[in-house]
Design a protein around this ligand. Structure first.
Ligand code: NOJ
Length: 549
């Protein structure tokens, strides 16, 4: 496989609204991000995925774009965006922009025009259908944010399609003009020097509403190949598609370099195994380590020769990793480090979501009025009206609601966690005096410095990036362990996912083999002796001595 710069890259995701507010209006901004680039350089990341900063009415915090070629005033200006790109480049950091083209905002000029009349030249940029004879929606498709995916428009007597909020009308990708407009816009950004695109819900753009197909429709991959050819194909950038519906076979279609589509996709199988099969994320399912290991091994193995994995625990739509998979209380530090190690030694490109590197946790606001996320608010209304109790719905929000990830970044122990001198748009997590970046930077044993080591190790050991993956202790209910191997280099990674100590008998091929500890969350680091007793959430990686192994 041809080696690409993004194979050994580590990406840091910034949710701009919650990262750092430089002008005191309570909303994070570009100037705030520029002021924190040194922090990110210290961490060692070399790509920033920037969640949307484009002009937007912010119905979905910027995932509803009204002008793709301008910056939302609350975030800053185009000139500041250019400064961010340049200042990041000075630190060897590239900026990956969020490409949200399944839908626009209802305030986008295309939609404003499209609504005017059935024969408006922009009408066909969106998906319009007549209601059924009895006046009901054209079909039963539901929106991910609650209610029907069809919104009736009285002015023209037709309904438009929206898979997210009714203020996020879906673009009609069957229209070549839409394709060309998006390609032109992508090139405009590439010419500004960005490092690539994260592509929002990209598996939806091929949809065929008349056939009732939304994900993985026949048009999807041809559209991506056309996009590749018309925009980034001849530029050395990172592209990552959000693909909730991807199986390993589908992920290969996206990421096989010979197919000229994307660098990689985000797949979510390791996330959805913690959701109820019927009720989804609002009814959380206990984390089952054995199931998780099967999923990871399946993906590591399936994409070994063709395609590329992305690796992540969290993003702006998901709960905090330490709360979900670790212990946010007594073993917060140990378990956050363990989760980081377990993920960062896998094959693929790791993504760190802001605050993950300091072990930020989920939040429990008592009142639903303290939440801002459109999805949580809509679904709370819809489901409590349908009979789900307030308490049950709040438990769902505490476990999986999106605002868990969106509370302001905790920079220090000063007011509002140093995020803003004004009133933050979403309350700060009350634990900021203990959990914050300043404290983490000052403590050599912090989660932050653990991430820093992991990122540096990836750059230093090709086996982490390109080595084979072999699962160890596959049936063990508490331990996730694996070996990575490239030529003579062998790295063994062992993680206890529980608060209970574990006695582990090593297989003959590993027992007693000397090696060098690369990273550990306990001192001294364990050795591969005959009896291995793992402490709560203990985790370490050992590079085996090549001659002995
Ligand atoms: C996925 C994004 O990650 C999420 O935040 C957003 O609400 C939807 N796509 C719609 O754009």
């Amino acid at each position: 496989m041809e080696t690409k710069w993004w194979h050994d890259a580590v990406v840091y995701q910034i949710y701009p609204r919650s990262f750092c507010d430089a002008n005191g209006d309570g909303i994070g901004d570009l100037a705030g991000i520029i002021g924190k680039l040194d922090y990110l350089q210290t961490l060692g990341i070399n790509v920033i995925w920037l969640s949307p900063v484009f002009r937007s009415p912010m119905d979905d915090n910027g995932y509803d774009i009204s002008d793709y070629c301008d910056i939302a005033p609350e975030f800053g200006t185009l000139a500041e965006m250019d400064t961010l790109i340049a200042e990041a480049a000075r630190r060897d950091i590239r900026i990956v922009m969020d490409l949200v083209v399944n839908h626009t905002s209802d305030e986008h000029p295309w939609f404003v025009e499209a609504k005017k009349s059935e024969d408006n030249p922009y009408r066909d940029y969106y998906i319009w259908r007549a209601p059924q004879a009895d006046g009901s929606a054209p079909d039963t498709q539901r929106s991910y944010f609650g209610g029907s995916a069809w919104e009736f428009d009285a002015a023209t007597g037709e309904s438009y399609f929206h898979l997210f909020s009714k203020r996020q009308p879906d673009l009609n990708w069957a229209n070549t003009k839409v394709q060309q407009e998006v390609h032109r816009m992508m090139n405009w950004w590439l010419d500004r020097g960005i490092g690539g695109f994260r592509m929002d819900v990209i598996d939806l753009i091929g949809k065929d509403v008349d056939a009732g197909i939304t994900t993985n429709a026949p048009r999807l991959h041809p559209l991506l190949r056309e996009m590749n050819a018309a925009t980034f194909g001849d530029r050395d950038v990172l592209t990552v598609g959000e693909a909730w519906s991807a199986t390993p076979e589908i992920a290969k279609l996206y990421s096989d370099p010979l197919r000229h589509e994307l660098s990689m996709v985000f797949q979510f199988e390791h996330i959805t195994i913690t959701h109820d099969p019927v009720e989804g994320k609002w009814k959380p399912r206990a984390f089952d380590l054995r199931e998780f290991k099967k999923v990871i091994t399946k993906w590591q193995t399936a994409l070994a020769d063709t395609g590329w994995n992305s690796l992540f625990w969290c993003n702006h739509d998901l709960p905090r990793a330490v709360s979900k998979y670790g212990d946010p209380g007594r073993y917060r530090v140990e378990s956050a480090k363990m989760l980081a190690t377990a993920l960062h030694f896998l094959r693929g490109t790791p993504y760190v979501y802001q605050g993950e590197e300091i072990g930020m946790t989920n939040v429990r606001f008592e009142s639903i009025d303290d939440y801002r996320d459109i999805e949580s608010l809509n679904l709370y209304r819809e489901r409590t009206a349908a009979g789900v109790s307030h308490a049950a719905m709040m438990e769902g929000i505490y476990a999986n609601g999106r605002d868990n990830a969106r509370t302001p970044m905790q920079w220090d122990a000063s007011d509002n966690a140093g995020f803003s001198s004004g009133q933050p748009w979403l309350k700060v997590n009350p634990n900021y005096c203990e959990i914050n970046a300043a404290a983490a930077l000052a403590d050599r044993d912090s989660i932050f410095h653990h991430y820093r080591r992991l990122i540096a190790l990836r750059k230093a050991h090709p086996a982490i990036v390109h080595g084979d993956y072999r699962p160890l202790f596959e049936a063990h209910p508490q331990v996730f362990a694996y070996e990575r191997r490239l030529g003579d280099e062998r790295i063994v990674v062992i993680n206890n996912f529980t608060a209970q100590p574990v006695e582990l008998e090593l297989p003959a091929g590993l027992r007693g083999i000397p090696g060098k500890c690369l990273v550990s969350n306990y001192t001294p680091c364990s050795e591969l002796g005959n009896d291995l007793v793992l402490q709560p959430y203990e985790s370490f990686a050992i590079a085996l001595d090549a001659r002995a192994a």
